[in-house]
Design a protein around this ligand. Structure first.
Ligand SMILES: Nc1nc2c(c(=O)[nH]1)N[C@H]1C(S)=C(S)[C@@H](COP(=O)(O)OP(=O)(O)OC[C@H]3O[C@@H](n4cnc5c(=O)[nH]c(N)nc54)[C@H](O)[C@@H]3O)O[C@H]1N2
Ligand SMILES: Nc1nc2c(c(=O)[nH]1)N[C@H]1C(S)=C(S)[C@@H](COP(=O)(O)OP(=O)(O)OC[C@H]3O[C@@H](n4cnc5c(=O)[nH]c(N)nc54)[C@H](O)[C@@H]3O)O[C@H]1N2
Ligand code: SF4
Ligand SMILES: [Mo]
Length: 699
């Protein structure tokens, strides 16, 4: 709290950069001044447009302010009180559990939830409900890079170094990351560097690459692995391997080379469409530069072979000696506000707090002792998010779903199938701030507080823990997620403690994380409030935290990074005469995710009011379309109806849809729910489609 000005220091509700905000007691977010902490990643920049318009959400007319239950007679919502709502939910959950067993109840969490919420939700599922069926929307988000990072480095922290390190970089390769739109203030740290952007589209980030004297490589969607293999081949053949680094700090190069040796750049070019000469140029520049980074994001990951694709980029970075070297590195840019912390504290299907594995007997014993329950009472691993959604209401699948912080009807792949599964449930409970598409389908709708109305912590993209602080009280009748979880646990007569006070939850989380890979033991509200900069792991109160993870060793027992042999596999489905084009999907600057929040902010909705499809002008003409026409984009699963935007810089074989809109405009009507075999992340970034003028009256 800034006593003099009467305003509170907290952090933006949206992305993983977690820009600092000053919020007044009346819910005004100061649009001019950002709250800047020591060594802040947003130092030197302002918030983006989403951040400085976020006040609109606090006082929005659509804000949910009372619990509602579906009236079986009218089919509409009926207002109720909290005792009634929680009592109804608890009674129906108990009945389903009695009839069908504990796995009949499922929970879906989110990477937007604070650490405290993610932790308590995971405990609630395992202890109060006794279900194994919990996962979260981070499965859609960074799970492939997390799996690849664990495999290669022995630990998953998106950026194993502070964002501010990037300010000294001379060369940065961004593979499948459009940071100029998805984390605009990050660009301030990249202003001195030459950029190489790998993206099928010439995004604003790619424009910056070209302006910086760098390159834009535009592969066909789903072919990054071939590109990275071609670059690795060039690195070896052109004499750029860092052999002493490979000897001292890694294992596995020979097996990787057995595959990469088959991927001479000209062969890779035939698959991905990037010129072999460009591959050689980028590798030469990377090798000749002292301070250089390779960073990936969703473009490299959201594929049926996303783990291997990220691994291919990691192998290239290792071959050139980047990870763990001062001034250089490999990293993945996390997405959601608490995308990093959200995948550490046990809301993942296979996980216990502290980034522990749920099948590890020692982990189960430790966490059960913190929770005061018998280790054998903890369920085993559950289904991953897409598989969980797909199992709803099927024989043997869950019959009830509790959703906290995700709008799956818009954001999960193959939206029509998701709608069918939600409709097959006996009970859908949604805790949300606003009546998004998924909330509108709920049987019980619980209104919750949002960021500036509650205390908590998030862990930003560099593994640094930040304090969110309560600047104002939520509207009357609205409860925090922690209060909802705590109240439900009480109504269910659950064993163990479910405190609603965020500080109490965090202190328990610290104990539960103790000794795990993501160790928060030494991180406290007191230290954070005193202005300390703390990155995990931080195993004790006197420990300074770990801003740079791999300076001396990687997290595998032998201290070495692993090069893991991977092949190029390509998209799960192919184009043919019925579906001759590739579609890829992603983000625009002014909207956030499913758009549940940003579509309601007037300035943002005015900037991009409806879904569009980017198309090369010749491709548009070939299918009888011109700029501004409504088009149907149809895949083997469904259709998205979108306004044509002709974009001459785009690949003629590829179209692009943002996924921020629902209904007929939902990009996920067409996406492919094919999953990566390791991370279980769906293939949001590539599907086969056709393009045609919209059927009359389609909208
Ligand atoms: N404005 C805004 N900012 C956000 C968000 C938001 O919704 N809106 N969401 C936040 C979240 S949760 C996330 S995860 C991040 C995501 O941040 P980014 O990963 O930067 O965003 P995306 O637009 O999903 O994907 C990045 C790029 O990948 C490209 N791409 C598609 N297919 C391929 C491919 O096969 N290979 C390569 N190399 N590139 C490909 C797309 O054209 C796109 O430009 O953004 C965060 N910030
Ligand atoms: N086609 C396509 N689909 C994608 C992607 C893509 O690139 N292409 N990207 C994927 C990625 S990376 C992500 S992260 C997902 C995200 O997609 P979703 O999981 O749908 O995430 P949001 O739209 O952020 O939904 C958050 C919901 O939670 C509510 N909310 C906000 N704060 C709170 C809170 O504190 N508590 C509770 N209970 N509710 C809250 C919001 O009002 C909103 O309804 O989408 C994925 N879907
Ligand atoms: S960059 Fe991310 S955290 Fe910063 S203001 Fe924009 S949405 Fe918020
Ligand atoms: Mo994400």
């Amino acid at each position: 709290m800034d006593e003099a000005a009467g305003r509170t220091a907290t952090h933006c509700p949206y992305c993983a950069l977690q820009c600092g905000q000053w919020v007044s007691p009346s819910g005004e977010v100061d649009a001019r001044a950002v709250y800047v902490t020591k060594d802040d990643p947003t130092r030197g920049g302002g918030m983006c447009q989403k951040g400085w318009t976020s006040s609109a959400l606090l006082t929005h007319a659509h804000r949910l302010t009372f619990p509602q239950v579906r009236d079986s007679r009218t089919g509409g919502f009926r207002e109720t009180d909290w005792a009634g709502a929680l009592g109804t939910v608890a009674a129906r959950l108990a009945a389903l559990r009695a009839e069908h067993g504990p796995d009949a109840v499922a929970v879906l969490g989110a990477g937007g939830l604070t650490n405290e919420k993610a932790y308590l939700l995971g405990k609630f599922a395992r202890v109060a409900l006794g279900t194994s069926q919990i996962d979260y929307n981070g499965r859609f988000c960074m799970s492939s890079a997390a799996a690849a990072g664990n495999r290669a480095f022995g630990v998953d922290r998106g950026l194993p170094f502070p964002v501010t390190d990037l300010a000294d970089a001379e060369l940065v390769v961004l593979a499948g990351a459009n940071v100029a739109e998805t984390m605009p203030p990050l660009m301030a740290h990249l202003s001195a560097a030459q950029l190489v952007v790998v993206d099928p589209r010439r995004t604003p980030t790619a424009e910056r690459a070209i302006a910086s004297g760098g390159l834009h490589l535009a592969p066909r969607p789903g072919t990054d692995a071939a590109l990275a293999l071609g670059m690795l081949h060039a690195a070896v053949v052109d004499g750029h391997l860092d052999r002493s680094y490979l000897d001292e700090r890694t294992t596995g190069f020979d097996d990787v080379w057995r595959i990469a040796s088959q991927w001479w750049p000209e062969r890779a070019e035939r698959v991905c469409g990037v010129a072999a000469s460009d591959m050689r140029t980028v590798v030469r520049r990377l090798a000749a530069t002292r301070r250089r980074y390779v960073l990936t994001a969703r473009g490299a990951e959201q594929h049926a072979h996303g783990v291997d694709t990220v691994t291919a980029w990691i192998n290239l970075a290792l071959a050139l000696g980047l990870p763990g070297r001062p001034g250089s590195g490999f990293g993945t840019i996390t997405g959601q506000g608490n995308g990093q912390g959200g995948r550490e504290h046990g809301q993942k299907a296979d996980q216990l707090p502290g980034y522990r594995h749920i099948t590890d007997p020692a982990a189960r014993e430790h966490v059960a002792s913190v929770w005061g329950v018998d280790p054998s009472s903890l369920p085993g691993p559950g289904r991953s998010a897409v598989e969980l959604l797909d199992s709803l209401g099927r024989p043997g699948g869950p019959r009830a779903l509790l959703v906290f912080g995700s709008n799956v009807l818009v954001s999960a792949p193959d939206a029509r199938a998701v709608a069918d599964r939600l409709a097959a449930l006996d009970l859908l409970v949604v805790a949300d701030v606003l009546p998004g598409e998924t909330a509108a389908r709920a049987d019980v709708l619980l209104p919750v507080a949002q960021w500036a109305e509650e205390d908590g912590t998030t862990t930003n993209l560099e593994g640094r823990v930040l304090r969110r602080r309560r600047a104002l009280a939520p509207p009357p009748g609205v409860r925090t997620d922690l209060e909802v979880i705590s109240g439900l646990a009480a109504a269910l007569d659950a064993p163990g403690a479910f405190p609603a006070d965020p500080r109490a939850v965090f202190d328990e989380l610290r104990r539960a994380s103790s000794g795990g890979p993501a160790d928060y033991t030494g991180i406290s509200y007191a230290r954070l409030d005193a202005g300390e900069v703390l990155h995990w792991p931080c195993p004790s109160g006197g420990h300074p935290g770990t801003p740079r993870l791999f300076a001396e060793r990687f997290a595998h027992p032998d201290g070495r990074a692993r090069l893991v042999p991977v092949e190029h596999a390509g998209p799960d489905e192919d184009v043919d005469t019925d579906f001759p084009l590739w579609v890829t999907t992603g983000r625009v600057l002014v909207h956030y995710q499913s758009g549940a929040q940003t579509r309601r902010v007037a300035a943002l909705a005015a900037a991009v009011p409806e879904v569009f499809v980017e198309v090369h002008p010749e491709t548009a003409a070939r299918y009888g379309l011109a700029d501004g026409d409504l088009a149907d984009v149809t895949s083997r699963r469904g259709t998205t109806t979108a306004r044509v935007r002709c974009v001459p810089s785009l690949r003629p074989d590829t179209v692009f849809l943002p996924f921020h809109f629902g209904g007929a405009g939902a990009a996920n009507n067409v996406t492919n729910p094919a999953l990566d075999p390791v991370s279980r992340m769906p293939e949001f970034k590539v599907a086969a489609v056709r393009l045609e003028p919209a059927r009359a009256g389609a909208r």
